[in-house]
Write a protein of this length. Structure first.
Length: 122
């Protein structure tokens, strides 16, 4: 139950960070417009700075939540599958029924030419 409220607090904090970042940028821009006499320029510029700060805070929170979810899954003994390489993923697929070329048929060196196979007439 405590974990549920922790997640709700995290989401609320993200929303608050986004709103405050954008509004702070807008207010700084309006203040600079009043001081410098550049009416819409600084407001627009600092509004986009605020949007950038909001995006950065959302990205940071997303990474933290993803790490927290991975930690909880490891603690519960239910880790998500992690594939180290392409070969491991291919081993878990269904067996090849001959419709696609096997990976050994592909030449690794582009300078090596293999003879063309006969045209398949159906």
């Amino acid at each position: 139950m405590k974990q549920d409220w922790k997640a709700v607090g995290s989401y609320g904090t993200i929303g608050l960070e986004v709103v405050l970042s954008v509004l702070l940028g807008l207010f700084i821009g309006r203040w600079l417009d009043g001081k410098l006499g550049t009416d819409p320029l600084m407001s627009v510029l600092w509004f986009f700075f605020g949007l950038g700060a909001a995006g950065k805070s959302v990205h940071r929170a997303w990474k933290e939540m993803r790490a927290e979810a991975a930690r909880e899954e490891r603690e519960q003994g239910n880790p998500a599958p992690v594939y180290d390489d392409r070969k491991a993923r291919q081993d878990e697929r269904a067996p090849d029924d001959g419709r696609r070329a096997a990976s050994t048929d592909v030449a690794l060196d582009p300078d090596v030419r293999r003879p063309a196979k006969e045209h398949d007439e159906r």
